[in-house]
Design a protein. Structure first.
Length: 317
């Protein structure tokens, strides 16, 4: 690393463990969900780590910092810090205890702080962090990051690491992020194209349906003309009718949008592409309702201005 002009940063040990007990009770008995959720929570493997303090991608929300290195002769459980969402999902807080099974060895810890983690920092972040002196003897995988290097040095460093240390895996995060951003851009253009095509097809379909509806209303308007209705009254009645229909359609669209937004709020892991697709579908639905109302209103007003055949026949007689 020194020969290549690089250095390891943010070295973090990773210890695999299984959650065994919460406040002395088995995991399956501490949750009110169905047996499948409890079994999955029980059998899931968690990544644990240890360090003396929080890193720059974390912020303590409540509790206190670690008191130092754990002393096994103190008779007290080890101290640990939990990520806030993880703690809320388990329904635990400061002062509660968790017991993990680490390669068959029970490791018990007491929650002394809750913290917020910035997961997009591209740093080794964990749900559970123990104080030093607890997990040092457990089998661990070490994670570290290397500062940004030019592409030629980055490729040479990866090749030299693979040749000198075959058990060390290196991941080019910069290249992976660039590929992911390119894929997101392609999906964005595809989404925009499909939304535009949907709007065009919707405009044509709604226009055809609205013209058919206006053609059916033409005979009703002609009958009102025969009965003596004036053009001004017909226009006013059409304006009021379609204004009420348009207002009700807009109100129903807003209520549906707010209801969908409230149901989708718990889905916090959805991507921006999915949110954009939902927004495009809602916009297309509102647009189609407005287009249909405008087309039907214009067709009815045009029918009101058209001389009625029955009226012409009456004048001929």
């Amino acid at each position: 690393m020194a020969a290549r002009g690089a250095s390891l940063q943010r070295l973090a040990p990773l210890v695999r463990a299984r959650l065994d007990r919460v406040d002395g009770k088995p995991v399956a008995a501490t949750r009110d969900d169905d047996a499948e959720d409890a079994r999955r929570l029980r059998s899931r493997r968690y990544n644990l780590t240890y360090r003396p303090a929080l890193n720059d991608s974390e912020r303590m929300l409540s509790g206190r910092a670690f008191s130092g290195t754990w002393n096994p002769d103190s008779g007290r459980p080890a101290e640990m810090s939990l990520e806030i969402d993880f703690a809320e999902r388990l329904g635990i807080g400061i002062g509660d205890t968790l017991a993990f099974d680490v390669q068959g060895v029970a490791v018990k810890g007491e929650v002394v702080s809750l913290r917020e983690v910035r997961w997009n920092s591209f740093q080794p972040n964990f749900f559970v962090v123990f104080q030093p002196g607890v997990l040092e003897e457990a089998p661990a995988v070490y994670l570290a990051s290397i500062p940004q290097l030019p592409p030629d040095q980055r490729d040479a460093l990866q090749a030299s690491l693979a040749a000198a240390f075959p058990n060390v895996s290196s991941i080019d995060v910069t290249r992976a992020v660039q590929r992911l951003l390119g894929l997101i851009d392609q999906l964005q253009w595809a989404l925009a194209g499909s939304a535009a095509l949907s709007l065009v097809v919707g405009w044509l379909l709604v226009t055809a349906l609205a013209r058919d509806a206006a053609r059916e209303r033409r005979w009703e308007i002609n009958l009102l003309k025969v009965l003596g209705a004036e053009l001004r009254d017909l226009r006013r009645s059409l304006d009021v009718e379609f204004a009420v229909l348009g207002g009700l359609a807009a109100l129903a669209g807003q209520c549906g949008e707010r209801g969908g937004r409230g149901r989708a709020r718990p889905l916090r892991d959805r991507g921006a592409v999915g949110a954009g697709a939902r927004a495009a579908r809602r916009a297309a639905a509102r647009h189609s309702r407005v287009v249909r109302g405008v087309c039907a209103h214009r067709g009815a007003r045009r029918a009101a201005r058209t001389p009625a055949r029955a009226t012409q026949a009456a004048h001929a007689h």
